[in-house]
Write a protein that binds this ligand. Structure first.
Ligand code: ADP
Ligand code: ZN
Length: 217
């Protein structure tokens, strides 16, 4: 299975991607998590990406595309993957098409999380993120078992800098301008499957599980 999760910040892509990747033994490739890890570790890529992340702007396509290509080379990606947060621009989608055709493979489907603004704001303002594994929690909807600690890996949870209100507005603008055109891009290729990002977690999980099972590639 090779899937893309598309939708605005706060749509639930990451939360569902983690769970579905575990369920189907797929690689979860989250470009936001990979970039944040590079920033934490102070790599060359991290140094270049940091200011974009802080502003809620997109990291330049060439950097992100190179990072994803490298990630695809890891053995776990051969079994299939969920791309979460990539592609985010038409140029990235074109690069993805190219890479996949070089690997002689195709996307199975693109799940588009159509999400209301109320849900987005509620999810981002209540979100706590693991500093190590990237898992997301929510004060009310998905509280961690122990306050401030990740259920999955035991590391510390923090509120992301870019989940602050001003930056959230910027990220939503960037989403509308740069990423929303991908809805048409994948519609034209008959790959787009819509789901409501407002659905509660369990219901969304069931829906996406069936989508994965039906997906052709
Ligand atoms: P969310 O989906 O909640 O916005 P992510 O963790 O996916 O959060 O992304 C956080 C930030 O990482 C983005 O605002 C952007 O700066 C950067 N980023 C992530 N993926 C990409 C990408 N494909 N292209 C460019 N920048 C990206
Ligand atoms: Zn964790």
């Amino acid at each position: 299975m090779r899937l893309v999760f598309l939708g605005p910040p706060g749509a639930g892509k990451g939360t569902l991607a983690v769970r579905l990747a575990e369920h189907f033994s797929l690689a979860h490739i989250a470009t936001g998590d990979l970039l944040r890890r590079n920033v934490q570790e102070g790599t060359e890529l991290g140094k270049k990406a940091q200011s974009f992340l802080e502003r809620g702007a997109l990291v330049p396509d060439d950097l992100v595309i190179a990072m994803v290509k490298e990630r695809f080379r890891k053995p776990d990606a051969k079994k299939g993957f969920i791309l979460d947060g990539f592609p985010r621009t038409v140029a990235q989608a074109e690069a993805l098409d190219q890479v996949l055709s070089q690997m002689n493979s195709l996307l199975g489907c693109v799940a588009y999380f159509e999400t209301s603004i109320g849900t987005i704001i509620d999810r981002l303002s209540g979100r706590w993120t693991c500093t190590q594994c990237g898992m997301s929690f929510h004060v009310r909807n998905i509280p961690p078992k122990r306050k401030g600690i990740c259920d999955r890996c035991g590391s510390k949870l923090v509120q992301r800098e870019d989940d602050k209100e001003e930056t959230v507005h910027r990220r939503l603008e960037v989403y509308e301008q740069e990423t929303a055109p991908l809805i048409k891009y994948y519609e034209k290729r008959n790959l787009l499957k819509k789901t409501s990002g407002d659905r509660p977690l369990e219901e969304q999980f069931e829906f996406l599980k069936n989508l994965c099972l039906e997906s052709v590639a």
